[in-house]
Write a protein that binds this ligand. Sequence first.
Ligand SMILES: [Zn+2]
Ligand SMILES: [Zn+2]
Length: 243
Amino acid sequence: MGRVEELSSSLSRYAHLLGFPVNVEWVRLVEELQERIMEDVRGEAGGYESLRSFVVALESRGYIAKAMEEVSKALNDEVENAEKALKAAITGDIEVRGARVALIVLQAVARAYAEEALKRGVTVETSALCPLCGALSETMFKEKGGYKMVCHFCSYTWLVSEGKPMCPYCGNQDELSIAVVSDKQMRVALMKCWNCNSTWRTIIDETIETPLILKPLIAMAAEKLRPALGEIERLVETRRKRS
Ligand SMILES: [Zn+2]
Ligand SMILES: [Zn+2]
């Protein structure tokens, strides 16, 4: 199965968990465009010390601009000023014309870089910040008994803890101070650390196998559990006041 087919098929398999509609055609189209870029740059991604230096190298030989032109054509989304659009994409100002196109290109480059990095083995980090691109992740998934974070931008993944969940935000590993609220089928969970008050979403069912890029989306299914988490919070609060 090709990568685009793999993505579409796991999306149609798990989209029902979400409880909100997903534009499968759009996801597929973006994946096709990104796959083309990833094919172009994959081979050399491993030769750079950082994602930043890789992007700079591709930019200086005009590759980023060329890729943006192709994506812009395919999406019928005009880019007036490529440099401005790139800057906007990096700072997250998606309103600027062409920023979406720039973001798609940058993400494809970052994903290719992350794939190469993952071939060198998984890193262990107690952090919610992606060690490659610096984006903040709110998505964890369980794999072979380990709890891993996955980057929402580049899909890099790193191991936070083994055997039991640890808070990726503050490193708290006291099981009693990490709330785990899951659905009845134990597919996804919303987790909360009482130590630093962070919450994050976790795919706890290891049989839910999806490409890394889809995990943050599928984990959104845990948002349904936020009211239940709110209930627990109120209970804990009342107990705290009493004691
Ligand atoms: Zn990343
Ligand atoms: Zn914490």
